[in-house]
Design a protein around this ligand. Structure first.
Ligand code: GLU
Length: 382
């Protein structure tokens, strides 16, 4: 990547999502007021330059746990209710510190707690977007975290990396910075290879095998490097670059904006996906699989056609009409995701059949295609 390209990106940012991990905000003492204050100092400078900033902050569970320990209460197991209880305590502490720190600069912070459920429901998704937009218009700094106390395991984002990719989508941000405990993305597992180096830039992330790249130690934290790269890949699909850097470097944001070579830049993809398709692919987990033959695979990929029943060879899972499903090749490789017009039972009956036969088989043929091209997203980063 040319230096000029970096400069162009940094100079043209209007709206920035900063994700900060628990390891950056906490130390052995628990929540680090100093770490929060340093982060806020840097954010305030960028905010004063006119940037809209959305902070996605972890740290609630870690802070809550520590507070309980200080008060002599030991959380039983590492089970969900314990984590949820810890997050309820820690979230309050976290926001208290952010509020104080931003107030020193005369700035206002706002707490936004989200669950994946909120993203699944289109109305709630749009409400969230409107609220965030209004906050940004008022020059408030929204601080987003997962609403851990209510989110059930299956409906959790699970890690704030995924949540930060959603935040980029929902706010239309034009840069994403992921501050973590690692220095960036290593070219090899640094545990096994002492000569491993930080990659300064990752281009065409869609073509990289993220799981392979993330074997071993670089996968620390709740989400690990894999979830950071997967989130960065999603963000790249929106045409937005992510910088993965260590939040422990003093003045890291100042340094990034001064053009210093810090962390790993995961570059935006040239071909942008629409916000609608992004939402469609990532608002929820797929509920089943539709396997297609080679012919269908070819037209899906080369022509961007809809998926017809004739190309369907097998169905896995039980899902209703309208569900998000994975589209799998004959070789069991992911082709994409889409919203199925038919439920899994209906699909089992019409698979391999011509669209004209659907009515005879099912008694009605409300849709000609199994997945309409408008509801199809190839290259989903699942
Ligand atoms: N929501 C969790 C917390 O505030 C953190 C999840 C994460 O770090 O990815 O502690």
């Amino acid at each position: 990547m040319k230096e000029q390209e970096k400069t162009d990106i940094l100079e043209n940012v209007k709206c920035l999502v900063i994700k900060v991990g628990s390891a950056v905000l906490t130390d052995e003492e628990g929540l680090s007021v100093r770490a929060i204050s340093r982060l806020v100092d840097q954010i305030a400078i960028l905010h004063d330059k006119g940037l809209d900033i959305i902070l996605v902050s972890s740290g609630a569970v870690a802070a809550g746990r520590k507070r309980l320990l200080e008060r002599g209460i030991t959380l039983k197991a590492n089970d969900l209710p314990s984590k949820q209880a810890a997050s309820a305590i820690g979230q309050c502490m976290l926001m208290h510190e952010y509020d104080n720190a931003f107030s020193r600069f005369g700035k206002t912070a706002a707490q936004v707690l989200l669950t994946r459920d909120d993203m699944q429901n289109r109305e709630r998704f749009l409400n969230t977007r409107n609220t965030l937009q209004r906050l940004l218009e008022m020059r408030v700094i929204p601080i987003i975290n997962e609403n851990d106390t209510v989110a059930v395991q299956e409906l959790k984002f699970g890690d704030n990396d995924t949540l930060s990719a959603m935040a980029v989508d929902i706010t239309g941000a034009d840069l994403s910075i992921n501050l973590t405990s690692a220095q960036g993305v290593f070219d090899k597992n640094p545990d096994k290879n002492p000569e491993a180096k930080i990659l300064s830039c990752l281009e065409n992330i869609a073509n990289l095998d993220l799981e392979k790249m993330c074997d071993g130690k670089t996968c620390v934290g709740t989400g690990g490097m894999y979830s950071k790269l997967r989130a960065a890949r999603r963000v790249a699909q929106l045409g937005v670059t992510t910088i993965i850097a260590s939040g422990q470097i003093p003045f890291v944001l100042d340094k990034i904006f001064a053009g210093e070579a810090i962390g790993t830049w995961v570059l935006a993809e040239k071909k942008k996906v629409s916000h609608r398709k992004f939402w469609l692919a990532y608002h929820t987990d797929p509920e089943g699989d539709i396997f297609v033959d080679k012919g269908a695979e070819k037209v899906l990929i080369s022509k961007g056609s809809s998926l017809l029943s004739i190309g369907v060879t097998a169905i896995e899972g039980t899902f209703s009409a309208g569900a998000l499903v994975r589209i799998m090749s004959a070789k069991n490789e992911l082709i994409g995701v889409g919203l199925s017009n038919y439920d899994s039972e209906e699909l089992a009956l019409i698979k391999g059949k011509n669209s004209k036969e659907i009515e005879d088989i099912l008694g009605a043929a409300p849709y000609e295609e199994v997945i309409h091209r408008d509801n199809l997203f190839l290259d989903a980063a699942l």
